[in-house]
Design a binder for this molecule. Structure first.
Ligand SMILES: [Zn+2]
Length: 475
């Protein structure tokens, strides 16, 4: 039985299945055998494992139960007790999806025992453990076992394993780090009378498995967990730390991509927003200050890494106090994207090129940032003047120029991203200075976009962003 309780206290019960087990008891006692009896058991019993319910995208829950087919005969006498199994007890899993208080699909007799789900991948399949946490298992929505993986110790014995994260590429992260809860007196561990709940963690190994369940990476688990903003922290102490696990950042976009529901592990299904910067431009330098010199256009691909790094760190910083994991992506990844495109775009009302553009009819999930305009305005913001080949050669050695181009792209990207949610409202394009939301990306008038000034969201804009983004991703 699945019990649904809503926030207002209303509730409903959904019956998953009924099982029948017949038990026949015959008293065969007589004077020679006062306690003799026979018993036969036929049928199936079922039950639900702890933590066996998991969100099914945003369409309800999937609940895993087990059912055990039994068939046995027993003969009791005063001196003996003989049990005959007429069939091997068979343990199966029952997978039921419940939506709107009724069963939307059900698969019985999945040939694994005690499946406990932990994650849902983007194709709808579930990752969990079976048989006392020792076997990682991937189960399709049709109940097919996609793969099972044992993590073994040096003696080849399966080690308990905990699924942690579902990744965008269909792979998963899991750990052998184990948590033990004991009750003891912290001052006198042998004394069991006065006890305190003590949680001990034994650090193990982090494993990355690919879509097919093959181990592709292992590294020591330092116990760090990812936060709602994509940063890593150690717990305890519950503080943002310098630890990072660079091999993992591209989480699946499902509502059950994190074990125990979300990065806080509160068993509530939820996830951060995923914002991506998508590079689709060419990396060139065209002198613009004091005059545009297109004939000196130079390929600066060798500076692409520096530009990208400055852009991504500015973009991440803009959303660092909101539940947003911002990073580089490819087309159509993440929830919302800023695509850095080549060429210029002239807006008809002004006849002037713009740094970025976002559609004004929701829903919008893509913006454009125009590389050329950002590259040109960066030269004005930090006053790099190029009047000929000699100046150009000097400029190519100025790392601050490439940092400024990148910062402009990241900050203008954050500005366009805010337009996706707020359109032209809530302080967007106002006359503020040192903000992400202020209008204008002219390098001379708004140098803070490029030159490394510590900029922020205006209060009205930030409150509006907090309202729409603050509780995590939703449609
Ligand atoms: Zn704008």
């Amino acid at each position: 039985m699945v019990l649904r309780i809503s926030a207002d206290g209303s509730n409903a019960k959904t019956e998953l299945k009924t099982w029948t087990q017949d038990l026949t008891h015959t008293q065969t006692s007589d004077d020679s055998c006062p306690n003799c009896s026979q018993e036969s058991t036929r049928g199936t019993i079922g039950g639900i494992m702890p933590q066996a319910a998991i969100t099914n995208a945003d369409a309800g829950v999937t609940v895993f139960a087990f059912d055990e087919a039994t068939c046995s005969d027993q003969v009791h006498t005063d001196t003996s007790d003989q049990i005959t199994q007429c069939a091997d007890p068979a343990l199966f899993s029952l997978m039921t999806s419940v939506s709107q208080d009724s069963i939307s699909s059900q698969v019985d007799h999945i040939s694994i025992a005690q499946f406990v789900p932990a994650l849902q991948r983007e194709d709808g399949s579930y990752i969990g453990t079976s048989e006392q946490n020792n076997q990682l298992t991937a189960l399709s929505q049709e109940g097919a076992i996609l793969w099972q993986a044992n993590i073994v110790d040096s003696m080849n014995n399966p080690k308990p394993i905990v699924p942690l994260y579902a990744m965008a590429d269909g792979g998963i992260m899991a750990t052998t780090t184990a948590t033990f809860v004991t009750n003891q007196d912290p001052l006198d561990p042998v004394n069991q009378d006065v006890t305190t709940r003590v949680i001990n963690t034994k650090l193990g190994t982090l494993y990355k498995l690919d879509r097919g369940g093959n181990i592709i990476l292992q590294l020591p688990d330092e116990g760090s967990l990812v936060s709602w903003t994509g940063r890593w922290y150690l717990d305890p102490p519950e503080s943002i730390s310098q630890v990072s696990v660079p091999e993992i950042i591209d989480f699946a976009r499902t509502l059950a991509a994190f074990s125990h529901g979300n990065p806080s592990g509160t068993n509530v299904a939820g996830r951060p927003w995923y914002f991506k910067l998508v590079w689709q431009n060419e990396f060139s330098l065209i002198p613009d200050n004091p005059l545009i010199l297109t004939e000196l256009k130079t390929d600066i691909s060798f500076r692409a890494t520096a530009i990208k790094q400055a852009a991504i760190s500015a973009f991440i910083k803009a959303f660092s106090t909101l539940p947003v994991i911002a990073d580089e992506g490819s087309p159509d990844t993440g929830d919302h994207r800023v695509n850095i495109v080549k060429g210029e775009h002239i807006e008809p009302p002004t006849g002037l090129p713009v740094c970025g553009l976002t559609g004004s009819f929701p829903p919008v999930s893509n913006s454009s940032v125009y590389y050329e305009q950002n590259m040109e305005q960066a030269q004005w913001a930090i006053n790099v003047q190029i009047s000929g080949p000699k100046d150009l050669k000097k400029a190519l050695n100025r790392s601050d120029l490439f940092t400024a181009i990148g910062a402009g792209i990241g900050n203008n990207g954050a500005h366009e991203m805010a337009h996706q949610f707020l359109l032209n409202l809530s302080g967007m394009d106002d006359n503020s200075t040192n903000t992400y939301n202020g209008q204008g990306c002219n390098g001379s008038n708004s140098p803070w976009i490029y030159n490394g000034t510590d900029i922020h969201w205006g209060n009205m804009t930030f409150q509006a962003l907090k309202k729409v983004l603050g509780s995590g991703w939703h449609r």
